[in-house]
Design a protein around this ligand. Structure first.
Ligand code: GH3
Ligand code: MG
Ligand code: MG
Ligand code: MG
Length: 341
């Protein structure tokens, strides 16, 4: 299942108070203790690396600091090389790198900046200058985080349905195509469910559109909680949902559909002042192994099975039974409809 509509918020460095972690890489013990005491006094959470290799290892950790102060000359690996490696992996969120250097030749500085350093300071440096430059770095990190949040919000908007927070039609179809390709490649089965609420129009007509929306949201919650983590339920149309079940052959697909049907029928839905009984009908189609062109036929078969479930009285699951020798007119006869209601 994809992350749902909830947008994960990234904390801005300014919101972390003064406890922003910073990696300090420095081989000279005098500079080590000086940097540590200054940065700690300014409120940073200092992680000290004593050479370039230690620094690079620290920066590969999943919780690596996003602010790094790297001495240029260090044993095993110099600061410029650490910086180059940080940029090469292009991790997100961005790491802001400040180089400390005793070198003053401008050619050297060009090398450092070209390796991807954001800023540099020549030793011996003025403490207040280091302080404000680190603050400038934090501002860049904050801007980058805000950008990432905005991008993530857009991604969620583009792939999710605003009412139910389920995947939208475009995204669930994309996932279906992806899972068909995977089924073909890994010789794994795949099932697809088409779920349609029964007599939903009546709920709108008797309870009003808002209550109808509330039912759709609750329906989505119940579907999700009846799913496994890697299943993908999506809103296909108004009160129709397409669910992609990777690794499920016909029998498992059917069982999964039954779980959804039961999750609806088990207890009434909240819908305004009075709860309302809501049921759904589900069509199932499956492949033991897919071929590339199966997307349309899987959906068409699930649709036809759904039609049979409606036709046979609703609140039931029907699976499309494929027969190799079926004639065009016998498709409905091929629909095995089972009632568990
Ligand atoms: P059946 O059992 O045959 O499926 O009957 P039905 O009433 O569910 O089917 P029908 O297609 O006649 O009606 C579907 C209704 O779903 C009509 C439409 O107004 C309603 N609907 C579609 N999208 C939304 C929505 O976002 N919110 C609400 N409240 N209603 C919606
Ligand atoms: Mg050094
Ligand atoms: Mg309906
Ligand atoms: Mg419908």
């Amino acid at each position: 299942m994809e992350p749902n509509g909830a947008i994960q918020s990234v904390r801005l460095s300014s919101e972390l108070g003064d406890s922003l972690p910073v990696l300090v890489a420095e081989d000279n013990p005098i500079f080590q203790s000086m940097l540590k005491s200054m940065l700690t006094k300014w409120g940073y959470a200092v992680r000290m690396a004593h050479n370039g290799l230690e620094a690079w290892e620290a920066m590969q950790a999943p919780d690596a600091p996003r602010l790094a102060v790297l001495d240029w000359m260090m044993p095993y690996m110099d600061g410029v090389e650490v910086c180059r490696r940080i940029r090469a992996v292009a991790r997100e969120p961005y790491v802001y790198v400040l180089l400390l250097t005793a070198k003053t030749e401008s050619a050297d500085l060009v090398e450092g900046m070209e390796a991807g350093a954001d800023d540099y300071l020549t030793k011996p440096f003025n403490a207040q200058e280091l302080r404000v430059r680190l603050r400038a770095g934090r501002r860049i990190l904050d801007l980058q985080e805000q950008l990432m949040q905005a991008r993530e919000a857009l991604r969620v908007q583009a792939t999710h349905d605003a009412l139910t927070s389920l995947l939208n039609r475009g995204r669930v179809l994309e996932i279906l195509h992806g899972e068909i390709a995977r089924s073909e490649r890994e010789l794994r089965p795949l099932s697809v469910l088409m779920v349609d609420l029964d007599h939903f129009k009546r709920i709108n007509d008797t309870r009003g559109h808002q209550a109808g929306d509330e039912v759709l949201r609750e329906a989505s919650r119940r579907m999700k909680s009846a799913m496994r983590e890697y299943d993908s339920p999506g809103r296909y149309g108004g009160e129709e949902f397409l669910i992609v079940l990777p690794g499920c052959a016909a029998r498992d697909g059917y069982a999964q559909a039954e779980r959804v049907r039961e999750a609806f029928a088990r207890e009434p839905f909240p819908a305004g002042p009075e709860p309302v009984a809501v049921t759904c009908s589900i069509g199932v189609s499956s492949r033991d192994v897919c071929t590339a062109e199966d997307a349309d036929s899987l959906i068409r078969e699930a649709d036809e099975a759904l039609y049979a479930a409606k036709h046979n009285g609703r609140n039931r699951v029907a699976e499309f039974a494929r027969q190799e020798s079926s004639t065009p007119n016998s498709e409905l006869a091929n629909l095995a409809s089972f009632s568990r209601a």
